[in-house]
Design a protein around this ligand. Structure first.
Ligand code: ADP
Ligand code: DP6
Ligand code: CO
Length: 359
């Protein structure tokens, strides 16, 4: 009988970037398939500072259950329907390759071991679920040597976490709601590559690295069920903004891009406040950063910076490279010097990336 050590282990490692939405996804029309109530659009950030690193391996010698270890801790994936849905879709694709070519090793029948690490705060409103599930899907797809395109894989990543579908691509990425009930057309697509607007930069201010009280999944469900502002956001506000921001990106019109970005962050947080019970993601330091960005824009007399906040207190500020000193310099010196203000890590300016890169 073969000893465990004589059994092969197959392995693939990948990294995935975070993406920060400028038109926010907030609301599901189908919680099982993880389908959104509205389209969204994001910028994929450089992996130089924030990224998920994931290794997926499988072996006939592994114990029977699939496992996921996140940041050094085993996770309960058997109760995480969404993680299981991603794994099961990927396994089905591998199985069809094996059925078509009997010389392939039967990886689909081996237990999976997934080990992942985020080098930035997890569950703190910095899109860890986006980078996390994009990396998980990419790593298992690489392990299984699947031929599917990033667009096709985005359909799978979406089931893990909606925002994750946008992290499989670089640059400016839209997630279209889709119309079909089975969600097959609810996918990410690249609106423009990073190289289209290479002057774009982002700084990330970690105001708090704490895990949020209300997860994104739970928060958006409360909003859908209880907010009176929400219906208007979905029916008219977001569709108009999607069109306008795609034009701003096409024309590299930073003031237009910036105003839509800031307004959409504000509308999203307004629907959170309008939920019942209300949900608060931003805190006093977040609000100080909002005021500072408006002060900088007013003082300069043109819009040079745009803030946006996901479901958490941490700020992401977009600006163009030529305004680095003005924006990053001022924010660092003023917010960093405020007593009781922001003292968290400050990620250096980020450029866009072209795609998630396999190691
Ligand atoms: P965030 O604002 O960070 O995206 P969410 O509430 O949307 O916060 O999601 C956080 C959850 O995403 C975590 O509790 C975990 O279940 C999942 N997650 C985060 N990082 C990873 C990862 N690297 N691999 C798998 N799942 C992850
Ligand atoms: C505010 O993608 O984390 O960051 O699909 O339930 O996992 P689930 O939610 P998630 O929600 C992200 C919300 C957001 C906006 C965005 O990224 O578009
Ligand atoms: Co998330």
């Amino acid at each position: 009988m073969a000893t465990p050590s004589s059994q092969p282990v197959f392995r693939a490692t990948t990294t995935a970037p975070v993406n920060i939405a400028v038109i926010k996804y907030w609301g599901k029309r189908d919680t099982t398939l993880n389908l959104p109530t509205n389209s969204s659009l994001s910028v994929t950030l450089s992996q130089k500072s924030l990224r998920t690193l994931t290794t997926a391996s499988c072996s006939p010698s592994y114990p029977t259950e699939d496992t996921l270890n996140l940041n050094g801790r085993p996770q309960e994936i058997q109760s995480s329907k969404r993680t299981l849905a991603c794994i099961s879709s990927l396994r089905t694709l591998r199985k069809s390759l094996e059925d078509a070519d009997s010389s392939l090793p039967k990886l689909s029948s081996y237990p999976l071991r997934i080990v992942s690490e985020n080098n930035f705060p997890t569950a703190a409103g910095l899109a860890s679920s986006a980078a996390g599930f994009a990396a998980l899907v990419r790593a298992v797809a690489d392990l299984y040597q699947l031929p599917q395109s990033p667009r096709e894989l985005s359909r799978i990543a979406r089931q893990g976490s909606g925002s994750a579908c946008r992290s499989l691509m670089g640059g400016y990425v839209a997630w279209r709601t889709g119309e079909l009930a089975d969600g097959t057309d609810s996918l990410a697509e690249e609106v423009a590559p990073a190289s289209h607007w290479p002057e774009m930069r982002a700084i990330v201010l970690v105001v708090s690295a704490e895990k949020k009280d209300v997860s994104s999944t739970e928060g958006m469900q409360t909003t859908v069920a209880t907010s009176e502002l929400f219906a208007q956001r979905v029916s008219s506000v977001v569709p108009e903004r999607m069109t306008a921001i795609e034009e701003a990106i096409r024309d590299k019109d930073f003031p237009k891009f910036a105003e839509i970005t800031m307004r959409d962050s504000n509308t999203f947080h307004a629907t959170c406040l309008d939920s019942w019970p209300p949900i608060f993601y931003m805190n006093d330091v977040s609000r100080a950063a909002v005021r500072l960005v408006h002060d900088i824009n007013n003082a300069v007399g043109r819009t040079v910076a745009a803030y946006t906040y996901d479901a958490g207190p941490n700020s992401v500020i977009y600006y163009e490279e030529k305004d680095t000193e003005l924006v990053a310099g001022t924010i660092k010196s003023i917010l960093g010097a405020t007593a009781g203000g922001w003292d968290g890590p400050f990620y250096e300016p980020l450029a866009n990336v072209t795609s998630s890169v396999s190691l």
